[in-house]
Design a protein around this ligand. Structure first.
Ligand code: ADP
Ligand code: MG
Length: 704
């Protein structure tokens, strides 16, 4: 086969689905099945149930009932069935001419005029045409990838794939079939198979697949964890009387118990000569920033640099302004490297990072990844890490590694200052920085453990004192006027208001128009009230000016696209309106709502939606109205979306768990988790093959 031959559309579609190797095809399992193994007498058809019948055409004609349609009457020994086609080709009419024997499959309707099927699947047969020997699989397909093509591809992939048992005897939970048996059964179940057990994924064949998948995942993570244990990082210890203590003394508040606990967990990590890989999670407003500041203080005090990164410029500014406000008075030099710092100023910042003169480097993830060289990076803090794609995180990690290794003393030279690192300098293992990731989208514990076996998790489960709870109300679009009235009275009482406009993914321009129109409408409806506008197309300077007006209290109402999503801290803002709330994800709604309720004032969040709502849309708004607890929100989000999408895996193209369900299949997970270390130690080659079979190139993603 020539390399240059163009790929057909279905081939490309298969590749997109990750169906490349034979094993990928063999592991592409049916969504459901059709039963073509039996024929039912026409008289025995049930209303609304799929079935297959066979008979001879009595007549076939085009009729004009309410519209032009093809009507075919089919007869068997027990009765007649009317086949109705609203769309048809002349060839079909010819194919189903009188006296032809047809095998048809579809859903029967039993109505006033007798039995009928609309648009059944039709096959011309002889009296002795054999029936299917097994249930017919229906695979997840698409317009570019027709079912028939996929069926053939999967059948041949299944036949060719090497499905020999990899796992040594006695390691698979009792009562499960071999992988080959399981796959053969699931692709081509015998006519006697229980469709219920198949559909609910509770058949032993399903259990075998789920176990295999969970095992591969546990193995690859355990492997990553062991690899990390061999890595070397500078050991960073807080000194008595050092920066860390001075920062604590300077804070205008006391740490909450939860903050103290996680700060201690992080300090212990940093003191070890292996790279930290920790996720710090806590609800919006729980006070993660100060915890990051304390970690930065430890790293800097030990003579190393610390990088702070956020996904966008506005977030970087909003998130870290406070942190810098705490650290700069203690004599630290900060390099601020975002897109808005340009020309000479930027070069100066870059030089300061490269020379080690700047101890703290703040910026967007993109800029740091692209432009910055570090003198000696000891700690990298990534805020809102869930907003980065997995591939992005991997790239970043490589970059940061180089930054830490640059700090390795060469030819016996001492580090720039502070403590002597504990690591084995003589070894050739490159140095890595400690990595602290922060997220306001809490990940339920079981999920975190399964997805990130290679990640330690610290959780802030307590809010600072003095916060007032937020009341959430849901209105339809038709109540918009009442909402505007509400704004008027809130502003009269001295409150400040956010109005968030919907995000139209495909078009930034439409987005902008919506926001501009709403701004005009609110300005007209609220005479004498200062209404501002903030959107993603504005220059950073303009954005900052508007934000300053709003946070200074000169502006009462701020119409914004989701650029305000995270990090804005205006305690006097106590009313938030989110328009077209049905278009936002649950986590995003929760983040947005977190912009209010930051002061002592009782806060309200109004969600406006336009009907009709989808089921998931309904579930999301209901969750928002019922709870303000970020962990509960995350749990509901997981229920609504499923783990793959929840983790953003779908977006990155790495579908992590296809078959197993972490809640439902907990016993299998326990078995897989127990087997993984044993397999890795006693049968390393089997472990390697298991991971390759299941994850292929995706294994690397699991380490991110
Ligand atoms: P998030 O976890 O969402 O990043 P922040 O770190 O921005 O939260 O903190 C939210 C607000 O709470 C900030 O204004 C911060 O200064 C304040 N804060 C943090 N910790 C405490 C505390 N222990 N007591 C009082 N206020 C605190
Ligand atoms: Mg934050």
């Amino acid at each position: 086969m020539s390399e240059a031959r163009a790929k057909s559309a279905p081939q490309k579609a298969m590749e997109k689905l990750g169906l490349v190797r034979d094993i990928d095809l063999a592991l592409h399992l049916p969504l459901r099945y059709e039963d073509e193994t039996r024929i039912i007498p026409i008289a025995a058809l049930h209303d609304n149930e799929p079935a297959q019948v066979e008979g001879v055409v009595v007549d076939c004609q085009v009729e004009l009932r309410s519209r032009r349609q093809l009507l075919v009457r089919l007869k068997d020994d027990s009765g007649t069935l009317l086949l109705r086609f609203l769309h048809f080709y002349p060839s079909q009419q010819k194919q189903m001419s009188a006296a032809t024997r047809l095998r048809v499959r579809g859903e029967a309707r039993i109505g006033f005029f007798g039995r009928e099927m609309v648009h059944p699947v039709v096959k011309v047969v002889d009296e002795d045409t054999p029936l299917a020997q097994s249930l017919t699989p229906v695979y997840p397909a698409s317009a570019q990838l027709p079912q028939a093509y996929l069926r053939k591809a999967v059948a041949s992939g299944l036949a060719r794939a090497d499905l020999r048992e990899i796992l040594p005897p006695g390691t698979v939970p009792r009562g499960l079939p071999t992988l080959k048996e399981a796959l053969t059964y699931l692709h081509h179940p015998p006519p006697s198979a229980s469709l219920a057990a198949l559909h609910e994924h509770q058949h032993p064949a399903w259990h075998r697949l789920k176990f295999e998948e969970l095992l591969a995942q546990q193995l690859s993570q355990l492997q990553a964890q062991r690899e990390r244990a061999l890595l070397v990082a500078p050991a960073l210890r807080a000194r008595p009387g050092g920066l860390h203590e001075r920062l604590l003394a300077a804070l205008p508040f006391q740490l909450t118990g939860a903050q103290q606990r996680v700060a201690e967990e992080i300090a212990q990590d940093l003191a070890r000569p292996q790279p930290t890989h920790r996720l710090l999670q806590g609800d919006v407003g729980s006070g993660k920033t100060v915890v990051a500041a304390l970690a930065a203080a430890v790293a800097i005090d030990a003579g190393w640099q610390c990088a702070l990164m956020a996904p966008t410029e506005i977030l970087a500014e909003q998130h870290f302004r406070k942190l810098i406000g705490w650290l700069e008075p203690l004599g630290l030099k900060v390099a601020w490297i975002t897109g808005s710092v340009k020309g000479k100023a930027r070069q100066k910042m870059l030089d300061a990072a490269a020379s080690g003169e700047a101890q703290l480097i703040v910026g967007t993830h993109a800029v740091i990844e692209d432009k910055v060289k570090f003198a000696k990076l000891g700690l990298a803090v990534i805020d809102e890490q869930h907003r980065f794609g997995v591939a992005q995180r991997l790239a970043l990690r490589d970059k940061l590694k180089a930054g830490a290794d640059a700090g390795r003393p060469q030819g016996g030279a001492r580090p720039l200052g502070g403590q002597e690192p504990q690591a084995t300098w003589g070894s050739t293992v490159p140095l890595e920085p400690h990595l602290l990731m922060m997220s306001a989208t809490p990940i339920p514990r079981t999920l975190a453990m399964t997805y990130f076996a290679d990640l330690d998790v610290s959780t802030i489960d307590e809010l600072p004192p003095g916060r007032s709870p937020i009341v959430t109300k849901v209105f339809t679009e038709s109540k918009r006027h009442d909402v505007v009235d509400k704004i008027r009275s809130a502003v009269a009482d001295g409150a400040q208001v956010y109005w968030v406009c919907p995000l139209v993914e495909e078009s930034e321009a439409v987005d902008l128009r919506n926001a501009t129109e709403t701004h005009a409408e609110l300005s007209a409806a609220l005479p004498g009230v200062s209404v501002g506008l903030l959107h993603g197309r504005m220059s950073p300077t303009d954005k900052a000016a508007v934000m300053a007006q709003f946070s200074g209290g000169a502006m009462s109402v701020l119409v914004a696209t989701t650029v305000i999503e995270v990090g804005v801290d205006v305690p006097n803002a106590s009313l938030m309106v989110i328009e077209h709330a049905e278009r936002f994800g649950l986590a995003q709604l929760h983040q947005l709502r977190g912009r209010v309720g930051r002061g002592a004032k009782a806060s309200v969040c109004v969600l406006i939606y336009s009907p009709p709502l989808s089921d998931t849309g309904k579930a999301r708004l209901k969750a928002m109205a019922e709870t303000t607890d970020g962990f509960e929100i995350a749990r509901r989000d997981l229920d609504i979306r499923g783990p793959g999408e929840f983790m953003g895996a779908r977006q990155s193209g790495a579908e992590l768990l296809r078959f197993a369900d972490l809640q439902e299949d907990a016993p299998l997970l326990v078995a897989a988790r127990a087997l993984a270390p044993r397999l890795l130690d006693e049968h390393p080659e089997a472990a390697r093959r298991q991971v390759a079979r299941w994850l292929g190139t995706k294994a690397e993603f699991l380490k991110a």
